[in-house]
Design a protein around this ligand. Structure first.
Ligand SMILES: C[S@@+](CC[C@H](N)C(=O)[O-])C[C@H]1O[C@@H](n2cnc3c(N)ncnc32)[C@H](O)[C@@H]1O
Length: 378
């Protein structure tokens, strides 16, 4: 079934997915870009002119994926679901030729999720539709449609991102316990980092906080050098997209506005950070040092951000409480007047060892592990 390509509608509704716990960071970031976000569980809803999904993919640092809303309708039974799917206007994302893949989520709905693929195939005149894998990890390659059933409501969206947005393109090597770029960017946002103050990561590993901090400081859009699913949509306007990218590129500064310093005890990790930074087009001051004896490299105030080792993930095990105690002591001794943002496992003993009783503590997840983000002024 070949669908005619219609003109692009003037308004778009977009859902930007946040990493778990980072909805407030994504909301703040989207608001700062003038996108008038509405925070909901799992992300933010945005509404705006045609091309909003491109802008969101290009500029949002914390979003892990951007979905274009295609429609919502009541689906109390399979018949209504099939009719609703058949009535959707899909021509802006689908040329009717390739077979779309479906990602289905059903929460307390009368219609079971398992009924959706057959209903969609019937609605769109196909012999079958494919099933999409876990979207947190994978690219979506062809057209992926997300169908969400909640109670009697059905919402259908198209993926516009393809590879998850933490894949900016610069990090081809990761350390032993890598941190997603989107989580790093969200943590910097929650810590109030604006790119105009010094940033220090005493345990920088592959350098994610520092590279994200540098891009933020340079006002460099995170999606400038990667591809997106929307480039395969029928009617995709290459010239308009290139103009959008050129505007973003012209806005970015040649260098960060403040110093960024990274340290690690492991020389191999520093090599990885250096190569990642080079690929990202940023220069970082990186040095092999032990966080237990570190001095502030520049006068503060500024932000110290760190993701200390987790026994479970990097195998340090036994000495972790000692290391956390020493890190807390470094913050108090050398970084008085600075702010600190620490991503740590949700383990009372380790958090106590840091000795930051006044810290604000937020629940976040890092690669499936329950963590706390501690925001402190040591
Ligand atoms: C969880 S990893 C950090 C990952 C990093 N955020 C990234 O983006 O790749 C913890 C890092 O702490 C480093 N580390 C462990 N003990 C240290 C110490 N005493 N001083 C400095 N770095 C240390 C490890 O080598 C490791 O690279």
């Amino acid at each position: 079934m070949a669908l005619p390509v219609t003109s692009i509608p003037q308004k778009e509704r977009v859902f930007a997915v946040a990493p778990p716990g980072l909805e407030p960071a994504l909301e703040a970031e989207a608001a700062a870009l003038g996108l008038s976000p509405r925070r909901v569980e799992g992300g933010v809803e945005l509404e705006g002119p045609a091309g909003l999904h491109q802008e969101a993919n290009l500029r949002l640092r914390t979003a892990s994926r951007v979905l274009l809303r295609l429609g919502s309708f009541r689906a109390p039974d399979v018949g209504a679901l099939t009719r609703g799917l058949a009535a959707l206007e899909l021509s802006r994302v689908w040329d009717g030729r390739e077979v779309p893949r479906l990602s289905v989520a059903a929460h307390g709905s009368r219609v079971p999720g398992s009924a959706v693929p057959a209903a969609a195939a019937r609605a769109w005149g196909l012999s079958s539709v494919g099933r999409a894998g876990a979207l947190e990890e994978e690219g979506t390659e062809g057209l992926t449609l997300l169908v969400r059933l909640e109670g009697q409501e059905c919402t259908v969206s198209a993926d516009t991102s393809d590879e998850p947005l933490h894949r900016r393109g610069y990090r081809q090597e990761v350390g032993r316990a890598p941190l997603r770029e989107t989580l790093a960017a969200g943590i910097l946002a929650l810590a109030g980092y604006d790119g105009a103050e010094p940033l220090v990561d005493p345990m920088c590993g592959s350098g994610t906080f520092l590279i994200e901090g540098a891009w933020l400081s340079m006002r460099r859009a995170p999606g400038l050098e990667r591809g997106f699913a929307f480039e395969r949509f029928p009617g995709f306007d290459v010239a308009a997209w290139e103009a959008r990218r050129a505007r973003a590129r012209a806005e970015s500064l040649p260098a960060p506005r403040a110093p960024l310093h990274g340290y690690d005890i492991n020389a191999g990790a520093l090599g990885t950070a250096r190569r990642n930074a080079r690929r990202a087009g940023v220069t970082l001051a990186l040095e092999r040092r032990d966080a237990r004896t570190l001095q502030a490299p520049v006068a503060g105030p500024g932000l110290v951000v760190a993701n200390p080792p987790y026994g479970k993930r990097v195998g340090e095990g036994g000495e972790l409480p000692d290391l956390y105690r020493a890190l807390g002591a470094t913050l108090r001794r050398a970084f008085g007047g600075w702010r600190a943002a620490l991503l740590v496992p949700d383990e009372a003993g380790l958090i106590r060892a840091l000795g930051l009783p006044e810290a604000r503590s937020l629940a976040v997840r890092n690669g499936g592990l329950r963590c706390r983000l501690l925001l402190a002024a040591p």
